[in-house]
Design a protein around this ligand. Structure first.
Ligand code: TGC
Ligand code: FAD
Length: 395
C-alpha cells in the first residue's frame, strides 16, 4: 500500500503514467512544479480581487504552454497531443482561468493563424504569440448568438483594400489584454470568415466584463467593432464557413477534457488530506463509510476520465479524434470535475466554503467550464446527433 505522502501526490489508481512517454512525464512534472511555485501562492488573492495575473502570460510562454502541439517554427512546442493534454491538466490543477489563458492563446488564436493563415500572417504573429509578447483572443460568441454561432450578425463589407467590420462579440477571454483578436464575421455572401484584428485599429474596443463569480482570475471582455477598417491582408485566406471556428474549438475542447481532470485532482487531493486530518466523534472523518463513499467515487471518476482523455489523445495523435469524441470527453470530464468539487466541498464541511482551500474557487470556475466551448447540453446534443444521425438543435 502507498505511504501517506504517496497517496497525496498520486491519483494514478490505474498506473496511467505507464501509458505516458518520458516526454509527457517531463512536460507534466515541469508544469506541475511551475504551478506550485508561480500559481498556487497567488491565485486565491487574484481570484478574490477578480484580477487576471497578466505577468503570467510571459511565464506561460516560457514553460511552453502556448501551442504545445504546434510546430516550433511557428512558436509552438513541437510536442504531441498527449503532451498538450497533460500540460492543460497541470495548469487547471492550479486554476481553470490560468488554463484558459493558455487554451485561448494556443488553440484559439495561434492554431487558426497556423492552420488557416497565410505564411506572412504566420511569420508576423505566431512567434510573438508563442513567446507571450502578444496576447490573443478569439471572438465567436455574440450577445444574441452563443450556442448558435452560425446566426452571428457581425459582418464585413468589401471596400477596396480593406474590409469594414461592424458588430460585437461577448464573453471573450483575454479580450481586455489582447493585442490581436481572431474574429469571425459574415461576408456579403453570408459566409463566415476569420479576420485578425489588431489593438489600436480605429473603431475597435474591448471593454472588460465585470461581476463574474466564476473564472475570476481570467479577464473577460466584449469586442466592439464600429466601422473598423481591417486590411485585406488580415483575412484568414484558407477557410470559409462555420467549420473554421468549430475546428479551433475541437482543439480547445480537447485541452479542456484534460484540464478538468487537473481541477478534479486538486479537489480530491484536498478532500483526502482533510478527511485524514479532521477528527469528529473521536476519529478521522475519512474513517466514516459515507466519507469513503465520496472519496472512492471521486477516484473512480477521475480514473475513468484519465483513461478517456488518454485514449482521445492517442486518436488525436493519429489525426483520428472526431468532433463527437471530443465533445463526449469535454462533457464527461468537466461534469465529473464539477461533481467532485461539490463532494469535496462537503467533506471539508464549513471550511470548504473558505479560501483556505481551493474547492470553492474550482467549483465556481467549473461552472464556466461547463458552459464555454459548448454547453453541457450542446455536447449532449452533438453526441445524440452522432449516434442517431438526427439533428436536435433546431427542435
Ligand atoms: P453544423 O451544420 O453542425 O456544422 C457546420 C460546419 O462545421 C463542421 N463542424 C465542425 N468542424 C470541425 N470541428 C467541429 N467540432 C465541428 N462541428 C461541426 C460541420 O461538419 C459543418 O461543415 P460543412 O463543411 O458541412 O459546412 O453547424 P450548426 O449551425 O448546426 O451548429 C452545430 C453546433 C451547435 C454543434 C455548433 O454550432 C456548436 O458547437 N455550438 C457551441 C458553440 C460554442 O462552442 N461556442 C464556443 C465559443 S468560444 C469559447 O467558448 C472559448 S472559451 C475559451 C477559454 O476561455 O478557455
Ligand atoms: P445560450 O446559447 O443562450 O444557452 C443558454 C442555455 O440554453 C444553455 O443551457 C444551453 O445549453 C441551452 N440551449 C441553447 N440551445 C439549445 C438547444 N438547441 N437545445 C437545448 N438547449 C439549448 N466565447 C468566445 O467566442 N470566446 C471566448 O473566449 C469565450 N470565453 C468565455 C469566457 C467565459 C467566462 C464565459 C462565461 C463564456 C465565454 N465564451 C466565449 C462564450 C461561451 O462559449 C458561451 O457562453 C457558450 O457557448 C453558451 O452561449 P450563451 O452563453 O449565449 O448561452
Amino acid at each position: 500500500m502507498a505511504n501517506k505522502e504517496d497517496r497525496f501526490q498520486s491519483h494514478d489508481h490505474y498506473n496511467v503514467d505507464a501509458l505516458l512517454e518520458q516526454d509527457h512525464l517531463l512536460a507534466r512534472d515541469a508544469v506541475r512544479t511551475w504551478v506550485k511555485q508561480s500559481v498556487s501562492p497567488i491565485i486565491e488573492d487574484y481570484s478574490e480581487r477578480a484580477e487576471c495575473p497578466v505577468h503570467l502570460f510571459k511565464e506561460l510562454a516560457e514553460i511552453g504552454a502556448f501551442g504545445p502541439s504546434l510546430p516550433i517554427k511557428y512558436g509552438g512546442g513541437g510536442m504531441d497531443e498527449i503532451a498538450y493534454g497533460v500540460i492543460m491538466q497541470e495548469l487547471e490543477r492550479g486554476d481553470s482561468g490560468i488554463r484558459s489563458m493558455a487554451s485561448v492563446q494556443g488553440s484559439l488564436v495561434m492554431y487558426p493563424i497556423y492552420r488557416f493563415g497565410s505564411e506572412e500572417q504566420r511569420i508576423k504573429y505566431l512567434p510573438k504569440l508563442g513567446a507571450g509578447e502578444f496576447v490573443g483572443c478569439f471572438g465567436l460568441t455574440e450577445p444574441d448568438h452563443g450556442s448558435d454561432p452560425g446566426g452571428m450578425t457581425t459582418h464585413i463589407v468589401d471596400d477596396g483594400d480593406v474590409y469594414i467590420l461592424n458588430g460585437a462579440k461577448m464573453w471573450i477571454t483575454n479580450a481586455p489584454q489582447a493585442d490581436v483578436a481572431v474574429v469571425w464575421a459574415k461576408d456579403q455572401e453570408g459566409a463566415i470568415r476569420g479576420l485578425i484584428v489588431e489593438k489600436g485599429m480605429s473603431g475597435f474596443s474591448a471593454p472588460e466584463i465585470h461581476g463574474k463569480w466564476s473564472l475570476r482570475a481570467s479577464s473577460t471582455g466584449e469586442l466592439v467593432f464600429e466601422d473598423v477598417r481591417v486590411p485585406k491582408k488580415n483575412l484568414l485566406p484558407d477557410v470559409k464557413g462555420l467549420k473554421g471556428p468549430l475546428s479551433c474549438l475541437s482543439k480547445a475542447r480537447y485541452g479542456i477534457a484534460w484540464g478538468a481532470i487537473g481541477a478534479a485532482m486538486d479537489c480530491y487531493d484536498s478532500a483526502l488530506r482533510y478527511s485524514l486530518e479532521r477528527q469528529q466523534f473521536g476519529r478521522p472523518i475519512g474513517g466514516f463509510q459515507l466519507t469513503q463513499k465520496k472519496l472512492a467515487e471521486m477516484i473512480t471518476e477521475i480514473t475513468k476520465a484519465q483513461l478517456l482523455a488518454w485514449r482521445l489523445g492517442t486518436l488525436a495523435n493519429k489525426g483520428e479524434a472526431t468532433p463527437a469524441q471530443i465533445s463526449m470527453a469535454k462533457r464527461n470530464n468537466v461534469h465529473m470535475a464539477l461533481e467532485i468539487a461539490r463532494e469535496a466541498r462537503q467533506i471539508h464541511g464549513g471550511m470548504g466554503i473558505t479560501n483556505e482551500y481551493p474547492i470553492m474557487r474550482h467549483m465556481m470556475n467549473l461552472e464556466t467550464v461547463l458552459t464555454y466551448e459548448g454547453t453541457h447540453d450542446i455536447h449532449l446534443l452533438i453526441t445524440g446527433h452522432n449516434v442517431t444521425g438526427l439533428d436536435a438543435f433546431r427542435g
